[in-house]
Ligand binder design. Structure first.
Ligand code: ARG
Length: 564
């Protein structure tokens, strides 16, 4: 939709400059959606703020602003309310034009790297990886939509001491790597872990095996490669079920940085940023203190000479800036790693690898909780397998569709079940924990995925019956039509806001408001049974709404079936 809001904002700033001098030309007009329909469509607090700054009564300031405003081509005459709020009401013709002229984005010439999903080899994906994958996919879609070139990086956990343990265990048991599937690998990991903790000789052999792995010993590498491939195949099945955009070519795991690690540490050392502490090489950054007030290290090389998670992330930052030429870097990782990223970003900036012109953002998210309100675990206390949850969501959706006619049952159940899970994840503020409650997720009412999908399917059916989808919105007389149109004009700015704040729930809230306004519109404004220009205009309004629902769900990574 063509953007009304920026035009209004420019006009308001111009009015401020005309009334109070050119130094006010760049003032933020503080334009917000009106909180109640009787306040019109938009409201500005500008007069209150300027009144303060100018030591004048805000109502007088508002009067002078209104007198200086040139808005009659777009709005009804502005009104002043309360202590000096300025209320703006768009003309129906302005709204109609905004709906009829969809706003498109063009390339912004910026490249954003998004690090997300990041499951670990030899372990099945769990609900935490679900969050990262779902949020990451949505953010990639949104960033791409507003004009970024998006580079996905699946920072798979495929490196470290545990592979030394596992390979050593495998060799000791006389197993071949080919004989193990992902579940087999997971069990091998568990056995090797126990063995490692109980047996010092085995622990030493495992450490030696890590050195062989890192230095590229062919036999060790071949076994490791097989473990990675088995795991990636499995992740790909989950991505396919989820409809995630991630592919094999997006996998740049921890192992990819192996050869860079000595150089990363050497550069930090040259810059005098490292201190030896208990045999490990550490960076102590100003301001990073532990609970007890002691300095908190970033360990870049462990006392056994091995490089850890932090060294890998430093190498990744360097790669993303200097080789991938990122203008912005986004990490979709749970909130427990906040300190880690804070340290990595700070150290990378100090070392000159991450220029201040390149923002690095940790898109942190909360925990998925089980029905008991505690972190989601199986009865036996294990992690809940993602595939099993997704399968049960699809089964629920399938039951819901029983007896519906003209519906491709299997495909729709999949779209609705997966969409329900994704929407539940995306619709609450990502910083919050949420309870994985399938009943609530698949509900057809309330702020759920199926509710929005149903709104879209119902519109599709209505437009099918109308026999035409074309035409323009011309008449917007009824408040319910105006409200719907006004919301439609806010789509682009909502998407922009998500690209800036990296908060997908804002798009969910918007779509839910849109679907709710649509149902009020249905109640108050007959479409198919109205006639002439009114009918044509309402059909056009329905078409525009359908597009926004479809595009909005698409940005969230959720399918919009035509019938359900
Ligand atoms: N694999 C890690 C985990 O499962 C997350 C990796 C996050 N990304 C990163 N660049 N460190 O906890």
């Amino acid at each position: 939709m063509s953007a009304v809001l920026p035009v209004l904002a420019t006009r308001l700033s111009a009015a401020a400059a005309a009334a109070f001098g050119s130094s006010y030309a760049d003032v933020d007009p503080e334009l917000r959606s009106a909180t109640k329909p009787e306040f019109g469509h938009y409201q500005s607090n500008l007069a209150l703020r300027l009144g303060n700054a100018l030591s004048q009564s805000p109502r007088d300031v508002a009067a002078r602003l209104v007198a200086a405003m040139r808005l009659d081509d777009l709005c009804a005459p502005p009104t002043i309310a309360g202590p000096g709020f300025i209320n703006l009401t768009l003309l129906p013709s302005t709204l109609a034009k905004a709906v009829n002229e969809p706003q498109s984005f063009t390339s912004n010439g910026q490249r954003v790297v998004v690090d997300y999903s990041q499951p670990n080899v030899a372990k099945q994906m769990h609900v935490g990886h679900l969050r990262s994958t779902v949020i990451g996919d949505a953010l990639c879609n949104v960033l791409n939509h507003v004009g970024y070139e998006v580079i996905r990086q699946n920072h798979v956990g495929d490196w470290g001491t545990q592979y030394g343990m596992m390979i050593e265990q495998l060799l000791e048991e006389g197993l071949t790597a080919e004989s193990l599937d992902l579940v087999g690998l997971q069990h091998l990991y568990e056995r090797s872990r126990k063995h490692f903790d109980a047996d010092g000789t085995f622990a030493d052999l495992s450490r030696g095996r890590v050195v062989l792995l890192q230095s590229g010993d062919p036999e060790t590498r071949a076994i490791w490669r097989h473990m990675v491939d088995v795991s990636l195949d499995d992740f790909e099945r989950v991505y396919a079920l989820l409809g995630s955009a991630l592919t094999r070519s997006d996998v740049v795991g921890e192992s990819a940085y192996n050869d860079d690690l000595p150089r990363v540490v050497a550069e930090l050392e040259q810059q005098g940023l490292l201190t030896e502490s208990e045999g490990a090489m550490c960076a102590f950054l100003p301001g990073f203190l532990g609970r007890d007030g002691s300095p908190l290290p970033v360990i870049v090389r462990k006392s056994d000479g091995g490089f850890g998670y932090s060294a890998t992330d430093l190498a990744a930052v360097r790669h993303r800036v200097s080789t991938l030429h990122a203008n912005r870097i986004v990490y979709v990782v749970d909130h427990r790693q906040a300190l880690h990223f804070d340290q990595i970003f700070t150290l990378a900036r100090t070392a000159g690898w991450l220029p201040t012109t390149v923002p690095a953002e940790h898109v942190s998210f909360g925990t998925v909780l089980g029905p008991n309100g505690r972190p989601f675990k199986t009865r036996a206390g294990g992690t809940v397998k993602l595939v099993e949850l997704l399968d049960s969501a699809v089964a629920r959706a399938d039951a819901l569709l029983a007896g519906r006619e003209g519906v491709d049952r299997a495909a729709t159940a999949r779209a609705v079940g997966i969409g329900a899970v994704k929407y539940a994840d995306l619709s609450s503020d990502r910083g919050n924990d949420y309870v994985f409650d399938l009943d609530r997720m698949v509900a057809m009412t309330g702020n759920t995925g199926p509710y929005l999908q149903y709104a879209h399917a119902r519109l599709t059916r209505l437009l099918g019956k109308a026999g035409t989808t074309g035409g323009e919105v011309t008449e917007l007389q009824e408040p319910a039509e105006q409200r719907l149109a006004l919301l439609l004009t806010g789509f682009a700015s909502t998407v922009n806001q998500v690209a800036e704040t990296l908060q997908p729930h804002k798009l969910c809230t918007y779509l839910y408001e849109l679907a709710s306004a649509l149902s009020v519109f249905y109640e108050q404004c007959p479409v198919l049974s109205s006639a002439g220009a009114t009918r044509a205009s309402r059909i056009a309004l329905c078409t525009a709404t359908r597009h926004v629902l479809q595009d909005g769900l698409g940005l969230l990574g959720i399918e919009a079936p035509n019938a359900m």
